[in-house]
Design a protein around this ligand. Structure first.
Ligand code: MSP
Length: 637
């Protein structure tokens, strides 16, 4: 028996530090489509995903939640596994950096590198952000400040173990510039110019971080990020632990977001070189899913919830949107509207309609049995050529391009129906032509259904079931091989969405969540001893006197008033939760204190540009105003 060729694909290991969002689903769904495509085209696939569970941020979050770090990450790991189940992710292994075999192997790797001189102890000098407890190099600072929180940093020193990264500079340069190791190619220059030219050794341990893997021969130190997180890709295969699956190494594809390309294309290959192992065949740095122009991320709080979207609209809708809407390699934007429009346009109108119309006509005109007939022409050529186009796209790992090719056939098929008008052929009694048209359409749908299996497995299986076919174990794309179709009456595959209604429901879901978040924040704040801030931190808040020049109730929101404020020469709209304590009439003419540099937020569809300060006394809300009238726009300090 011929041994199947192996294919090893990985996602990054995600940080379990908060809620999982659509950005994490993006990488995982892309890898899933690629893994499924490879399995269907005859490869022996190993698809790895997992979680990166150590580090200070996780330790802090756990503390804030009143849990031990392990308890904290356990909950989030259960949650991400549920998400992958919901999205039908076909991973072969899930690795956690807290797994015993991983911890042991990381310690063995660290010891080996130390003993062979690739790791040494020295003093780490850098810029330190005290509130974040993080060291930064000068080049990582943004405008001289901490890139995470934007605050001042100070010079500081710490004893650390270092990895001799600089030793591998020439080999790394070759790997990056003379091979196809990193894609898209546009990211190669950035790596070479920004990071390789000035490559220094990197600190690989910390004494300040406790939640992590201890350096085995010096337990004052915790192994920091790189050697812990990156070596998962070999530890999952049994490295230092029997090597059961090491014949999958080197990885065919590490799929990562563009922000972690540097550590996958510089630090990771250098660690592998030091270990005497092959470097991965490819790292692909994909673009980001943006929301409101910004990267969707936990820390920014601008996320879309994959649980809500998949449960409301089904996994086909979510998987299809992620794989199709974001041009592979570039950034793409999520909006509820773009998402709902995609479902209606592509899945409901184009694909669903094609299948329903064709199957119903086959049932109506031939009792469901349609025999093979020879045919030729442009449409037939299109059906014959689509498999190759998809293959070409998938060899570049471009799911969006593959879906474009499949959906080009879907729309050509709908046009083929319109041009050939089977109902007219039936009326005219041209059974021969009618048979040919319907056979061609059913063959096209068989090819479409088979090709869609990696992308929307559930929908693809339903399409094939409509044709009375089982999903194939391997893709059989040779068209026009089916001798006879035997189809049913035709089911509706996807229900049309009322976009306006859905948009408003999604928006209120978002608002309920935002309100719950606010309440939680207040609860958390109340439960905590007051945190001290510096005077500089206080002055980051811009407080200005504003005058209310108009005020009205916000529809269907009994707590909210919409205020129009005059602030110096400007006017601003602010939505405030004071409707239970003030009427719109009594607000007009009042002077209030406005938090003027608050990021605008949408409340009940109104963009609120700031917040007015109030004292809260039980249920009572009392506005804070200057004791005597002052010019509007005056600063409060
Ligand atoms: N733990 C590290 C990776 C270690 S790999 C050995 C990490 N984790 S993370 O939770 O921050 O996940 C980052 C990855 O999640 C990105 O590289 C990307 O694959 C995915 N994404 C997170 N947000 C994303 C978007 N907004 N858009 C697209 N992908 C996103 O970094």
């Amino acid at each position: 028996m011929n041994k199947k060729e192996k294919f090893y694909i990985t996602t990054p290991l995600y940080y379990p530090s908060g809620k999982w969002h659509l950005g994490h689903s993006y990488t995982t769904v892309c890898c899933d489509a690629i893994a499924r495509y490879k399995r269907l085209t005859g490869y022996d696939v190993f698809y790895l995903t997992g979680t990166d569970e150590h580090g200070q941020k996780i330790e802090e979050r756990a503390k804030a939640a009143g849990l031990s770090p392990k308890e904290f990450v356990d909950g989030l790991v259960d949650n991400i596994k549920q998400l992958w189940k919901l999205l039908d992710i076909s991973y072969d292994k899930f690795i956690r950096t807290t797994d015993d075999y991983h911890v042991k192997s990381v310690q063995d790797i660290f010891t080996k590198l130390y003993e062979q001189g690739d790791i040494y102890k020295a003093t780490y000098k850098g810029k330190y952000c005290t509130p974040c407890e993080s060291f930064w190099t000068a080049s990582q600072l943004v405008d001289g400040k901490c890139p995470d929180c934007g605050r001042e940093v100070v010079d500081a020193e710490e004893e650390s173990y270092f990895f001799r990264l600089s030793k591998y500079k020439d080999r790394l340069k070759k790997l990056l510039t003379e091979t196809d190791f990193l894609e898209p190619k546009s990211r190669v220059n950035e790596m070479v110019n920004n990071f390789l030219t000035d490559l220094s050794d990197i600190a690989v341990s910390r004494t300040s971080v406790k939640w992590g893997i201890p350096v085995p021969f010096d337990d004052k130190h915790t192994i920091y990020v790189w050697i812990d997180a990156l070596t998962n890709y070999i530890n999952a295969l049994g490295y230092n632990n029997g090597g059961k699956d090491m014949d999958f190494w080197p990885a065919d594809l590490h799929m990562v977001g563009k922000e972690i390309v540097r550590f996958h294309t510089i630090i990771w290959p250098a660690i592998l070189m030091a270990l005497g192992l092959d470097t991965p065949k490819k790292v692909y740095g994909h673009g980001w899913l943006l929301i409101g122009g910004d990267k969707m991320s936990k820390s920014k709080g601008n996320t879309a919830d994959p649980f809500v979207l998949a449960e409301r609209y089904g996994i086909d809708a979510l998987r299809y949107f992620l794989l199709r809407e974001i041009p592979f390699g570039s950034d793409g934007t999520y909006t509820d509207e773009a998402f709902l429009t995609r479902i209606n346009a592509d899945l409901v109108n184009d694909l669903g309609n094609l299948v329903k119309r064709t199957v119903s006509m086959a049932h109506q005109y031939f009792g469901g049995k349609v025999k093979k007939v020879e045919s030729a022409g442009e449409y037939v050529e299109l059906i014959k050529g689509v498999g190759e186009k998809v293959d070409r796209a998938m060899n570049k790992y471009s799911c969006s391009e593959a879906l474009e090719a499949i959906f080009a056939l879907v729309s050509a098929s709908n046009k083929y129906i319109d041009v050939n008008a089977p109902w007219a052929l039936n009326k005219a009694g041209d059974t021969e032509k009618l048979n040919e048209v319907l056979y061609n359409l059913l063959e096209a749908i068989r090819v479409i259904g088979s090709l869609l299996l990696p992308f929307i497995p559930d929908g693809a299986k339903r399409i094939l079931a409509e044709l009375g076919l089982k999903p194939p174990k391997e893709l059989d794309l040779k068209p026009f091989t089916t001798r006879e179709f035997n189809v049913g009456e035709g089911e509706v595959l996807y229900k049309r969405l009322d976009i306006k209604k859905e948009l408003s429901e999604l928006q209120s879901l978002g608002e309920v969540k935002a309100e719950q978040k606010e309440e939680k924040k207040v609860e958390e704040k109340e439960g905590q001893p007051n945190k001290e801030i510096t005077i500089d931190e206080f002055f980051e808040t811009q407080l200005l006197v504003a005058e209310v020049i108009a005020c009205e109730k916000v529809e269907k929101a009994d707590k909210l008033l919409k205020l129009t404020l005059k602030v110096g020469e400007q006017t601003r709209t602010v939505v405030s939760g004071i409707a239970k304590s003030y009427t719109p009439e009594e607000m007009v003419g009042k002077q209030v204190v406005l938090v003027a540099n608050l990021k605008p937020a949408k409340l009940r569809g109104i963009v609120s540009e700031g917040m007015v300060l109030c004292a809260t006394d039980g249920d009572k809300v009392v506005l804070v105003s200057p004791e005597r009238k002052v010019n509007s726009g005056s600063e409060v300090c």
